[in-house]
Design a protein around this ligand. Structure first.
Ligand SMILES: [Zn+2]
Ligand SMILES: [Zn+2]
Length: 315
């Protein structure tokens, strides 16, 4: 009996160890495509280790769904950096660099993530994802190219962090309960920045390409039809009047977004750091609950624009 138990345990441990590796393997094709389209024949697959692809990221996000602390650098109001000090913070899936309206260079962004990742790894040696950072500039992927290049040139430096290659775009929508059409920001992650449609866009010039649509479903379908890329609603509460219709609007937004039939999971920022400072706590909680009800996985970020990846603006 004991032996059967031991065998079972060994098998379970084997699968636990093999599973993340299998996901990483599935993203091999993505990383190969990045190298091929980069115009840098010197780039290697081995040096792509710190780039995370959509299959691996999807697994991590599913695990973090009910864990706001993974996305919160602060636990309390007042920029006390509790999440950073206690090394509970793990992922910022939305940040801006000097290539749009941010203040950090892409290299500074990943350097800060690497430094923090090293600290987490020192305290938690078995943590597979000490730090995940996404670069999501408005309508441009130029910053991500610089970050990929830095990682390729010095992979050892970035071994305790993962970079999500992303972009922030917008879609113009009006759900039935909305008074007027508003632009809503959408994040795309794990894309190929060297190729159409991401290569064609530029900060300040949202081109009339595939991003210019007026429905969530059409937008999400277009992104999900691409070979590589995940899609998420950014800061869902920012663009609406905080009036009596807000709950209905949020519900319509999430339920239509969820009806995308692509087989890919859709996401929303639920643990959006700055909300805790400017949005009513009840509304914040109700929105997170609504996402859960609609089967949308909640993620989070600081939407960094300042000199640190841990805050929205300078502390
Ligand atoms: Zn935004
Ligand atoms: Zn943003």
């Amino acid at each position: 009996m004991k032996k059967i138990y031991a065998n079972f345990l060994a098998l379970a441990v084997f699968f636990m160890l093999a599973m993340p590796a299998a996901n990483a393997c599935q993203d091999k094709e993505y990383k190969k495509a990045l190298i091929k389209s980069s115009g840098h024949p010197e780039y290697t697959l081995k040096n792509m280790k710190s780039i995370i692809g959509e299959k691996e990221l999807a697994k991590v996000l599913k695990r973090y769904d009910n864990h706001p602390e993974k996305y919160q650098s602060d636990w309390y109001q007042g920029h006390d950096m509790e999440g950073v000090k206690h090394l509970t913070y793990r992922a910022g899936l939305h940040s801006h660099t000097v290539f749009s309206d941010g203040s950090l260079t892409p290299t500074e962004t990943i350097d800060q993530a690497a430094e923090y990742g090293n600290k987490v790894k020192a305290k938690h040696p078995f943590e597979k994802y000490p730090m995940i950072i996404a670069i999501t500039d408005h309508f441009t992927t130029k910053g991500t190219l610089e970050a990929i290049d830095a990682i390729q040139k010095n992979p050892e430096k970035y071994k305790n962090m993962k970079l999500v290659i992303g972009m922030e775009t917008e879609v113009f929508v009006k759900t039935p309960s909305q008074r007027e059409e508003r632009p809503l920001h959408m994040l795309v992650w794990c894309i190929n920045p060297y190729q159409w449609p991401f290569k064609q866009t530029d900060y300040g010039e949202p081109s009339d390409n595939i991003f210019h649509v007026d429905s969530y479903i059409e937008y999400a379908n277009r992104i999900n039809q691409l070979k590589y890329g995940l899609v998420s609603i950014a800061h869902p509460l920012r663009y609406f009047d905080h009036d009596e219709t807000i709950d209905a609007v949020i519900d319509e937004m999430f339920s239509t977004f969820k009806s995308v039939e692509s087989g890919k999971q859709v996401y929303t920022e639920g643990y959006y750091q700055p909300y805790r400072f400017d949005v009513d706590k009840d509304l914040y909680d109700r929105t997170a609950e609504n996402a859960k009800k609609n089967g949308i996985i909640r993620t989070g970020s600081q939407d960094t624009h300042g000199r640190t990846i841990f805050h929205m603006h300078n502390p």
